[in-house]
Design a binder for this molecule. Structure first.
Ligand code: NDP
Length: 297
């Protein structure tokens, strides 16, 4: 029998989308503009196609303008950069998102850095990463910002808590660590070279796992009462469901961890749904900042 409360990211994300829809309606009514999000997909990666479809659908659902650009898998970097330049110049576009991963012939960082930082709703541009690190007005990567919102909702003030982030990628681990530092946590960033990872994790009041290894974090790595945020999305075989069937699991062994944790995000239904909701929120923020108007609500 587990004791940890389940953090319902799906419900929180729904509430957030509702608030975004309210803000959009207010901007349309009082300011006469509708925020717009452009999503660019290169190639036919099935997972990316699902993400892009969901992003476009939810963008329209909250009342924003949605633009989709689908390019062939053999698109050159030059063609993609020309499209980015067009979107940078398009006043109806407030947010630009290039779906990753990009095909091998394209230098992803060069593309991300070509996006106008004011429209960089994924927060991957070096200017936004720098602003996040130095305490400026950054657009912040959606997944870690979603994790922070869940943590603040659950714990309130995070000051003085020891947060351990496992993973140091530019899109999750590093910005997560910066956000937690900004929220006055004492932050440890662990990675593949960390020694005695279990002992490091056991010190955490807040444990964020962003590794990409199915159920790597075990129940006995968790300090009793800790808040556990599982960012991992891993598809693993599920022979119990039938031949060739799979299921999604996180980077944390959920059942074991829920016995010890004070609260924990499930996979699916935890961090996952937050990402698009935060993307929509970032788009409203970008739209308002570009026009020098306050974000409603
Ligand atoms: P990356 O592969 O870019 O980074 C993984 C990090 O984990 C690296 O820093 C790596 O360390 C570290 N790591 C790998 N193996 C170990 C190990 N054995 N012990 C300790 N650390 C290890 O992944 P991402 O950050 O992009 O994604 C992480 C997970 O989050 C994935 O499962 C991904 O699917 C998921 N994800 C979910 C999102 C959502 O919407 N919920 C959005 C984005 C990602 P090192 O740097 O030393 O190699």
């Amino acid at each position: 029998m587990g004791t940890g409360a389940i953090i319902d990211g799906k419900a929180f994300a729904e509430g957030l989308r509702g608030r975004v829809a309210g803000a959009v309606a207010e901007l349309v009514r009082d300011r006469g503009f509708k925020p717009g999000l452009a999503v660019v997909l290169v190639g036919e990666d099935p997972a990316s196609q699902v993400y892009v479809r969901n992003k476009a659908k939810q963008t329209v659902e909250v009342g924003m303008h949605s633009v989709e650009h689908r390019l062939d898998a053999d698109t050159s970097q030059e063609t993609l950069l020309a499209l980015i330049a067009e979107l940078n110049a398009d006043d109806a576009v407030d947010g630009i998102l290039v779906q990753l991963p990009l095909p091998a012939q394209i230098d992803s960082q060069a593309v991300l850095d070509a996006i106008d930082p004011a429209k960089d709703v994924d927060g991957f541009h070096v200017v936004n990463a720098g602003r996040l690190a130095t305490g400026g007005a950054a657009l912040v990567p959606c997944t870690p910002l979603g994790c922070l919102l869940l943590l603040k909702d659950r714990l309130g003030d995070l000051s003085g808590l020891h947060a351990v982030v496992v993973g140091r990628s530019n899109i999750v681990g590093k910005p997560m660590a910066q956000l937690l530092l900004g929220a006055n946590c004492t932050v440890t960033v662990a990675h593949s070279r960390t020694r005695d990872l279990a002992a490091v994790c056991r010190q955490a009041d807040i444990l964020v796992a962003a590794v990409g290894r199915p159920e790597m974090v075990r129940g006995d790595w968790i300090k009793p009462g800790a808040t556990v945020i599982d960012v991992g999305i891993n598809r693993v075989p599920a022979p119990d469901k039938g031949e060739g069937k799979t299921r999604l699991v996180g980077d944390v062994a959920f059942a074991e961890a829920a016995e010890v944790a004070g609260a924990i995000t499930p996979v699916p239904g935890g961090v996952g749904p937050m990402t698009i909701a935060v993307l929509l929120r970032n788009t409203v923020e970008a739209a308002c900042r570009r026009r020098g108007v306050p974000v409603p609500g």
